[in-house]
Design a protein around this ligand. Sequence first.
Ligand SMILES: Cc1ncc(COP(=O)(O)O)c(C=O)c1O
Length: 485
Amino acid sequence: MTEHRVTSPLGPLERLKALQGADLPVHGGRTLAYVYDSGEPTVDRIAREAVAAYAASNALDPTAFPSLLQMENELVGFACDLLDAPASAVGTVTSGGTESILLAVQGARDARPDVVRPTMVLPSTAHAAFHKAAHYFGVGAVLVPVGPDFRADPAAMAAAIDDSTVLVVASAPSYAHGVVDPVTEVAAAAAARGVRCHVDACIGGWVLPYAARLGREVPPWTFAVEGVTSISVDTHKYAYAPKGTSLLLHREASLRRPQFFASAAWPGYTMLNATTQSTRSGGPIAGTWAVVEHVGDDGYLALAGRAFEAVDAIVAEIDASPALRLVVPPDSTLVTLATDDSLDPFTLTDELLARGWYVQPQLSHADDGPSIHLSVSAGTLAHVDELATALAESVAAAVAAGPVSVDPGVVAFIEALDPAALGDDDFDGLLAASGLVGASADGELELPTRMAEVNAMLDVASPAMREALLVAFLDRLQRPSRGER
Ligand SMILES: Cc1ncc(COP(=O)(O)O)c(C=O)c1O
């Protein structure tokens, strides 16, 4: 075995800090995807200390770690109050939005053993986690196009429900456009057919109830809506908790039962799980509990107020810029914007990053062109003036840089590839043809500092080809660092 020699003079924690310097900042309100910043250092300190105190604890066995069970039940209780859940409601802490969604789909499938080929009816804007669930659990995804306002079309969804449907889904709000689906109508259509209705409030669940209390217009979407059987809400998003927690709530315990898994079919302990994980770190649970305990209901109301003030300011900037437009007015804290023909949207995101702002490019989809996503946090409010300046400068720089075109030879190369059979040689050929992502002598990928050309290339590829290229890319990135470091 090769000896692993660490030649760095730094200790592990110093080295960690140095490594982290390459990452997007998680504080400062300038990273407008992936992370959610309350802007309050105390929240982060409490989270850090609670995570550290429970990092080695295991929520696998609630009798061994009853404190974690208590924290879980208190978190679910808080969410039940927030989401108008009836007294019969129950819930589980999961590791994130995707796991909550996976479990909602798995539970819906397993509650209907009579359905041979189960399907679920999704608005076309539903999060990709549902496609992952379809892939994992063999539940067919019936995609229903959304209306021109990017909200689910309830009549079309009702028409798509048939005897194979085990789940109907709505979003509150959808990630890509930030709008709330007409949950009342969608849930009524599901209930009329005796089918479960899951509301994916992973990103909006901890902020929309406060938006309503702040007097903003929010269509009904919680358990107050008849027919809603389960809701996912991520605490590691707008509850500003450390990464690694989401909640999956069910209207009543019987709906949750198929989610549980027990196995006594081996000689060890009887495995008994409520989630896809078995060992569950106590760290994220304790970190989330401590943050929710510290911030509390009034604190979340204030944080939501700040996030929406920031949203309104950003919307005003977009409205004032002739080169930019909102794709749709936001219902929540997510802003989606598009550019006019005078500039390339992917150049704009690069320019913003160069000025310290991370916003997320969204590639063209179906009939819709590329757009830019912003998840706005309370922590952004203190910096909205800087964002306005950065946006204006970035628009000017992107206009000056001119359009980004993909070499016709590269387009032809991509079109000739078969996404179902994309091999290493094809990927290497594309890297060479595009000249965008280099490879060092030892074969390690060297990432480009600007992404506009890479995004433009992905934008011309079919969805299947995008998936294949990015999988090949990830496969190349995830290679062991061996020997000396
Ligand atoms: C609406 C929605 N659903 C599900 C998810 C998936 O959550 P996670 O990334 O925590 O798995 C997200 C993430 O942004 C989301 O916005």
